[in-house]
Unconditional design. Sequence first.
Length: 438
Amino acid sequence: MTAAQRILRGHVLSFHGDPFAAPVEEVLTSIEDGAIAIEGGQIIAVGEACDIIGQGAAAPSDDHRGKFLMPGFVDTHVHYPQVDIIGAVNTGLADWLERYTFPAEMAFSVEDHARSAARFMLDRLMAGGVTTAAVYSTVHERAADIFFEESAKDDLLMVCGKVCMDRNAPDALLDTPQHAYDASKALIERWHGSGRAHYAVTPRFAITSTAEQLEAIGALWAEYPDLVMQTHLSEQRAEIETVLSLFPDAQDYLSVYERFGLVGPGAVFGHAIHLSQSERQRMQERGAAVAHCPTSNEFLSSGAFNLAATRADAPDLSIGLASDVGGGTSLSMFETMRGAYRAALRNGTQVTPLEMLYLATAGGAKVLGLGKKIGQVAPHRDADIIVLDPKATPDLARLTGVAEALEGILMALIMLGDDRAVSAVYVSGERVRAEAVQ
Ligand code: GUN
Ligand code: ZN
């Protein structure tokens, strides 16, 4: 081990495998008095504190004993222009898009407005322990620039893309197939791989893109196959009907995206609630992934994503958690995990605290194709680490005080946790400014 620049001490908790697929003891790293050595923004060693702290020249050590050291949370689907419309009362997806979402997105033609929303979103994500998110911008090219500029200020690994739409939205939000291709390509060249920025090709969904636009976007993605491609899929029944009427030759919703080469490794489909077994299996075969958006699905009355049934049909399909703000009601991953718990209950099943934490960390990183960079506290991973305090509030202190085993403490943390339980956030090994996360 080279000389560490910083050592974090606390209870290390991280998944190196999938707890849905293997016994927890085989996939969970849990080191009660553990330490993480960081150098050059990366984790260089993880182990028992006595081993790590004893090695090499003594580095300054941040003492978080009694707290959990975990990988930063990953939000696999969120709309940065929608921070101002959380909780907008609606009668369904189409009504919500028309009355609130599109007007809110139109305001992002003004750069100052976009910058203030980007800053707000990033600070609020970090406050809740989210260090990576897959973000939908608006149709405006500059709004994506601004989001990446603000992310770079904190050296955050953010995945973001300009939304592409050429029908069924107000004129001010429409581009064309050619413009979607050209502007997205310019953004890829400008941003993808610059610092920690990752570009995502982002057709909003099949209702707002013509076949010509989906074709242009499919061609673009084929030129940059390592990128994430993000869109929405089978969120509401009425949406499915509309898609099938717009693409009368399609056998089902997924086949619309298949036809344009938009289902493959790196494709992240938001919602994916009302899918057939065949659609789930085809997604799995092609290496696509699901962003499970529980609070949004509740708020917009979309249905409850059936995690257990999806896993039964397609055990290797990657699934992550997502806030989907502003359809979702909170940027907090704690609230999103609680939503995932409620969604499982609505389907007559349960998810364990360890499964929820996996989905919120390593599972989400895998969905975004970033499993080798983030999502784990392990050597050679970027040092995006959060410190969770199981005694942060009186309620938490009482409940975790009576919990006997680790799972009980983690369940208490998930059920009662919020930003106050995130006592520190490290991004690329640097502790995030306190003012940014309060
Ligand atoms: N489907 C198409 N666009 C959107 C959006 O912005 N939010 C949600 N929840 N669903 C969508
Ligand atoms: Zn969405």
